[in-house]
Design a protein around this ligand. Structure first.
Ligand SMILES: Cc1ncc(COP(=O)(O)O)c(C=O)c1O
Length: 349
């Protein structure tokens, strides 16, 4: 099978830029962004800040860089950061929170990614000679390892009240915050108004080739600009990255709904297949996670058998498989993917 024939459901990061984005890249007005002279970057940052209801924004290279910059800007060395125990920052960012930001991560369990305010409050260390200062709470929305689940505006608000009461900052890893907003048919500001600052990614369901934005107060962004520089993330003619970002914010958000519909169709199809365990209540946006233990194989083996049938999925844990819908995945691909899973299941039974 040729690579272009594979239905790639590993992640929404495999999306390619649209023709409109490629045109925008060619036409972009550019300058040196370290000197703040790239008009396209400046425009993207302004649009991003307005959309999120914050004072300012900063274009960075990736979601991981955005999270690391925010940790460096929001907290000081040795301080305690409360985060969800399966959060991207804790699991997938090479331990940068400790290795580079020199912070103490304090992971707490949640229900589908939404931290219970009482658990957050119980984790805040009181003022005492023995304890580090607790300075930051991090949320994630949608929650990746929980399967693209949504943390609702009310759930964020409840945590923000605890943060305010104890003088902690509240940060949101909103890599896929537009998926949450579109799924709840809510303005993205409904989520962002409760946090001090956040990041979101252009390079996932929004289809840009690269880039994420940090958003917050003028002071936070000014400090973050310096932190981005120290990490080697100051870019020069970054307008060629920003140009597709503007297209994404202006025209790619609403189509996420289509990805959500396809994910639901995929999940419901897969749920009928023997040997698959899937919790449909977790399928809230563009991710479909399921367990293959009943087939008596590991997720690695399952995904390699599936690939032979033309579908690429991700082994998330020993028995857990993830599929993600995105632009380029149409209804017909969903039907083919369900048939491929069915065929692997038949082979094994
Ligand atoms: C919730 C979340 N945060 C951060 C990131 C990191 O983004 P990047 O891959 O651009 O570093 C990801 C990537 O999948 C993510 O899912």
């Amino acid at each position: 099978m040729r690579p272009e024939e594979i239905i790639d459901l590993r992640s929404d990061t495999v999306t390619l830029p649209t023709e409109e984005m490629l045109d925008a890249i060619r036409r972009a007005e550019i300058g040196d962004d370290v000197f703040r002279e790239d008009p396209t970057v400046n425009r993207l940052e302004k649009i991003a800040a307005e959309k999120m209801g914050k004072e300012a924004a900063l274009l960075v290279t990736s979601g991981t860089q955005a999270n690391l910059v925010s940790l460096l800007s929001n907290a000081n060395r040795g301080e305690l950061v409360i985060l969800e125990s399966e959060s991207h920052i804790y699991w997938y960012e090479v331990g940068g929170i400790s290795a580079i930001a020199e912070l103490l991560p304090w992971p707490i369990k949640s229900s589908l990614g939404a931290l219970a305010p009482e658990d957050v409050e119980a984790s805040i260390r009181p003022k005492n000679i023995h304890f580090p200062r607790s300075s930051l709470i991090c949320l994630e929305n949608t929650h990746n390892r929980h399967g693209g689940t949504i943390v609702t505006p009310n759930q964020i608000k409840a945590v923000s009240e605890v943060a305010q009461k104890h003088g902690l900052k509240l940060y949101l890893d909103g890599a896929r915050i537009f998926n949450a907003a579109v799924a709840l048919n809510a303005d993205v500001k409904e989520f962002t108004k409760h946090v001090d600052n956040l990041m979101f990614c252009l390079s996932k369901g929004l289809c840009c080739p690269v880039g994420s934005l940090l958003v917050g107060t003028d002071a936070f962004i000014e400090k973050s600009r310096k932190m981005r520089k120290i990490l080697g993330g100051g870019m020069r003619q970054a307008g060629i990255i920003a140009a597709p970002g503007i297209v994404a914010l202006e025209s790619m958000v609403n189509r996420l709904e289509e990805d959500h519909r396809n994910a639901r169709r995929l999940a419901e199809g897969i749920a009928k297949i023997g040997g698959i365990q899937i919790d449909l209540s977790r399928v809230q946006t563009n991710m479909v996670c399921f367990d293959v233990s009943d087939m008596g194989i590991t997720a690695d083996l399952f995904t390699s058998k599936l690939k032979q049938k033309g579908v690429s999925a991700l082994a998330l844990a020993k028995n857990k498989v993830r599929m993600v819908t995105h632009r380029g995945i149409e209804k017909e691909h969903i039907e083919k993917s369900i048939s491929a899973v069915e065929s692997v299941s038949h082979e094994l039974s």
